[in-house]
Design a protein around this ligand. Structure first.
Ligand code: SF4
Length: 455
């Protein structure tokens, strides 16, 4: 999972790109990069680390140009190291272009071999570097045609922005796994992973980039260059469950509204009684609110403090840091916990390490009973489309116990455990007013093992 952003405007845009990228920090914090083009030169700066650390001092002031792209990275294919930082540069007919990608293609090994067989040298180990090289090696009458010709060779999840000679090209795979939306303000046009970027830039949402669509962002706005047939949508349901910031809109539905509905359906599917409901901040808060509202059990959010000393623990790259992050992340008010029956709501149980520690801390503070409800199904199968659970397949708690709820309950230290079914997870999205959707419009592979594209 990564955050990508492209922009074209009648003014220098480096600061807007920084602001927008900052609004996508939750999608990846291993590296950040921006490249602008001033009509003659490309201006590039990128490094490992979070955005505020990467762009210190006067860096942005020295990046002129009215057009550019930006990226923050959460590694999938390819290691977390400097050579894989995006945007990635390559050449087409001797002219440089830059690529920023969110997702993961499943045939990058084959494509890498194909490139190497033609004598190409790949400096990155990422799938994005391979995709850039494929475009670089594609003969066509224009760069746009080269991108369109290369598109069908990529199998998997890709939402992508490309900078080439003052033009931005945006593309999204035919399944539409990862989000990508278009925005506008005063002659400026944007394409971004999440719609929240447009709020930060005081822009308005135009529409989503359609699955299978290749778009040119020009001074008159977005122009569809090509629409590949998209027989079925497979939007990542885990985006709604966890990744999207609560204000993000996909298919006309806000993530927060969907998560609250998931919490309501969770109570109807797995009722519980207690002194209060505690949605784990930040990811379980919306579902927790839904669960509390429909059950009329008080919301216990005030019994803990979310310190904001750390950000999302799940995307910390090292296990030891992740565990220390949990200790820093929450402060527990023992006087409000002692002797209480507590219903914990979280959005998902991937590794389960955060929740296990959270429960242990509540027990230390004197909780009498802890019932856990998860607003998604057991996460049992690794993702091949842009989340690094491929790398941690052996750590998935539900996979380790073959989905045995009783065993998982014991491992995390809860008194009871209930998961939202996949039927109710999709129902929670479909029921909210917006674009017409059906249960088959989502990728649910990490919960069901039904992979839309074999890995
Ligand atoms: S496997 Fe899971 S995380 Fe990956 S795209 Fe599908 S729903 Fe999303």
């Amino acid at each position: 999972m990564c955050g990508i952003l492209g922009m074209l405007a009648p003014y220098n845009i480096a600061q807007d790109l920084y602001t927008g990228l900052y609004g996508l920090q939750h999608r990846g914090k291993e590296s950040a990069g921006i490249v602008t083009y001033d009509g003659i030169n490309c201006w590039h700066h990128a490094d490992m680390g979070e955005i505020a650390m990467v762009f210190r001092g006067d860096i942005l002031k020295n990046m002129p140009g009215p057009v550019g792209i930006a990226h923050n990275r959460y590694s999938t294919t390819g290691e977390s190291e400097p050579r894989n930082i995006q945007p990635i540069r390559d050449l087409w007919h001797g002219q440089e272009f830059w690529v920023a990608h969110n997702g993961n293609i499943v045939n990058s090994d084959d494509l890498r071999k194909w490139c190497q067989g033609r004598g190409a040298i790949l400096e990155t180990t990422s799938d994005t570097g391979v995709m850039a090289k494929i475009i670089s090696l594609t003969g066509a009458s224009s760069f746009e045609e080269a991108v369109i010709t290369a598109f069908p060779r990529f199998r998997g999840a890709f939402s992508m922005v490309i900078l080439y000679m003052g033009r931005i090209i945006a593309l999204r795979d035919t399944f539409g796994f990862r989000p990508l939306s278009l925005g506008q303000k005063d002659g400026a046009y944007f394409v971004a992973s999440e719609t929240g970027v447009f709020s930060h830039l005081r822009a308005k949402l135009l529409r989503e980039v359609e699955p299978g669509e290749v778009i040119l962002l020009g001074p008159m706005g977005p122009i569809t260059l090509k629409k590949f047939s998209s027989p079925e949508k497979k939007f990542c349901i885990f985006e709604y469950i966890y990744f999207l910031r609560p204000d993000a809109k996909v298919f006309g539905r806000r993530a927060r509204t969907v998560r609250e509905r998931m919490g309501e359906l969770l109570f109807l599917e797995h009722p519980a009684q207690g002194d209060f409901v505690l949605g784990i901040p930040d990811s379980g808060e919306d579902a927790g609110r839904g669960f509390a509202n429909i059950s009329r059990i008080p919301n216990g959010r005030k019994v803990i403090l979310r310190t904001h000393l750390t950000s999302r623990t799940f995307i910390e790259p090292i296990q030891e840091l992740r565990e220390r992050g949990v200790e820093l992340k929450f402060v527990f008010f023992e006087e409000n916990i002692l002797g209480k029956n507590i219903i914990i709501i979280d959005d998902s149980l991937v590794r389960g390490t955060t929740l296990k520690k959270f429960i242990a801390r509540l027990r230390d503070a004197g909780a009498a009973r802890i019932d856990v409800r998860i607003s998604s199904p057991p996460y049992r199968f690794p993702c091949h489309y842009g989340i690094d659970t491929d790398k941690i397949a052996s750590e998935l708690s539900a996979a380790r116990y073959q989905g045995n709820i009783e065993e998982i309950k014991k491992w995390i230290g809860a008194d009871s455990l209930g998961y939202l079914s996949i039927e109710n997870a999709t129902k929670a999205i479909i029921e909210i007013p917006g674009e017409t959707l059906g249960p088959s419009d989502f990728c649910t592979a990490c919960f069901t093992g039904n992979y839309p594209i074999p890995g």
